[in-house]
Design a protein around this ligand. Structure first.
Ligand SMILES: Nc1ncnc2c1ncn2[C@@H]1O[C@H](COP(=O)(O)OP(=O)(O)OP(=O)(O)O)[C@@H](O)[C@H]1O
Ligand SMILES: CC(=O)N[C@H]1[C@@H]2OC[C@@H](O2)[C@@H](O)[C@@H]1O[C@H](C)C(=O)O
Length: 398
């Protein structure tokens, strides 16, 4: 960061909280922001922490993914409980940064996505689409004393957008280069790609969900290894297995992969009903548990390469793909991805290899988005989400 170009008077601290589709825990970051003279911002991460969810809370969140089990009382209760847990995570990372709540101007909390339905449907003559994130901002505000921005996605959807992905707004600010076209690939529960063409303007950035990230891998591991594991740590199981071409060929037929942009997806598509179907098909073809894990790990890598070929390569041949999110800690997944992308002339690196953290990126992003919301600055990218116009996303609990 070039200190001399910063307006030091504008320097401020913000906290970002992210709980993603993998439901592995709460990512919390403290950042320092400052305005640049040319009108953009500069960001430095001061502290980061990942607070795992207690197993019972994780179980309760998963219950809410099933609309039948997600009764209003359960939803209301968990909304408040998550607010408490997010407040604790915020206070803990603030202390880790050596700061006090009084030093922080705003908390941006993404919340926990419970349901995401971006496709328009007709209801009583209206076109509607919706998304549900919980984790009560008023509770976070009350426990920390810091203004809190939550519920970012609905404003973009009300303007006709998919309400996702939102992080590309911050990726443009932080990663754009004059000479290289970069792909930023997050592999969380869902996979999402941001394309930042060399020397681009904000309107030229585009992004979309590539499909499953770790969601299918986690889902099959949890089922096939009798609930002892929630992920394939270090890709150890996939490494023992072999790719089953028959099963892989079938999985590639999923229509989401060829759906036109803009598009976003979630657990509604690749969650537990999908895992039921997949394991049933694997059973018919007598695929061993290790081979299932190896095959779905390959599927995730393939879906990213396929998306690049379909939507990006012809317009913006990329120089490098930078992988972030928990999937970057699975070496088998990264090796598969490297093979897929290097065939297409794209170098693959992890966030760590460029001196950043794979874990912290989304938490940092929601701190930045909250800073924009507090200053009433638009913080969506219509070109990415399909919204009709720029809007200020987020609801503020003062
Ligand atoms: N050491 C590891 N080995 C293998 N996989 C890992 C490892 N660490 C994390 N993961 C994978 O990463 C997932 C968590 O990724 P991440 O925290 O980026 O997801 P998220 O933020 O919840 O999702 P999203 O970005 O879709 O909202 C875990 O569920 C697991 O599948
Ligand atoms: C509705 C929702 O929670 N979507 C998530 C999910 O996880 C990854 C991908 O799908 C992305 O679209 C989005 O999250 C990130 C933080 C985003 O909006 O950029």
């Amino acid at each position: 960061m070039k200190r001399e170009t910063l307006d030091k008077h504008s320097s401020r601290y913000a906290v970002g909280l992210m709980s993603g589709t993998s439901v592995d825990g709460i990512d919390a970051a403290v950042i320092e922001l400052a305005d640049r003279q040319e009108g953009s911002i500069s960001v430095q991460m001061i502290a980061f922490e990942n607070v795992p969810y207690p197993a019972a809370v994780r179980q309760e969140i998963f219950a809410l993914f099933d609309p039948v089990q997600a009764t209003v009382d359960r939803l209301g209760r968990l909304n408040v409980l998550l607010g408490e847990l997010y407040a604790d995570a915020a206070l803990s990372v603030i202390a880790k940064a050596g700061l006090t709540p009084a030093d922080i101007t705003v908390i941006g909390s993404h919340g926990q996505t419970i349901y995401h339905a971006p496709q328009m449907e007709k209801l009583h003559g209206y076109d509607i689409h919706y998304t549900v994130q919980i984790g009560e901002g008023s509770v976070i505000r009350a426990r920390t004393g810091i203004p809190c921005v939550t519920d970012f996605r609905p404003a973009d959807m009300a303007a006709g957008g998919q309400g996702a992905p939102l992080v590309p707004f911050t990726e443009f600010l932080l990663y754009r280069e004059e000479k290289r076209t970069l792909l930023l690939q997050n592999i969380g529960g869902i996979g999402n790609m941001t394309v930042i063409p060399a020397g681009c303007a904000q309107e030229e950035v585009f992004a979309f969900d590539t499909g499953p990230g770790n969601m299918i891998i986690d889902g099959v591991v949890e089922r096939l290894f009798s609930g002892q594991l929630t992920m394939d740590i270090g890709g150890a199981i996939a490494r023992r297995g072999r790719i089953h071409e028959g099963l892989l060929g079938l999985l590639k037929l999923e229509p989401y992969y060829s759906q036109p942009l803009p598009k976003s997806t979630g657990r509604e598509q690749f969650g537990s009903s999908y895992i039921d179907w997949l394991l049933n098909e694997a059973g018919k073809q007598n695929v061993t548990p290790e081979d299932v894990v190896a095959t779905v790990t390959m599927l995730t890598a393939w879906s990213i390469g396929d998306a690049y070929c379909r939507y990006v390569h012809g317009r913006y041949p990329a120089d490098a793909l930078i992988v972030g999110g928990g999937g970057s800690y699975n070496p088998v997944l990264v090796e598969n991805l490297r093979r897929e992308m290097e065939m297409l002339g794209v170098q693959v690196m992890t966030q760590e290899q460029i001196g950043q953290s794979s874990d912290a990126k989304e938490a940092v992003a929601f701190a930045i988005l909250a800073d924009y919301a507090l200053r009433r600055q638009p913080n969506n990218l219509p070109n990415v989400t399909g919204a009709k116009r720029p809007v200020v996303m987020g609801k503020i609990s003062f």
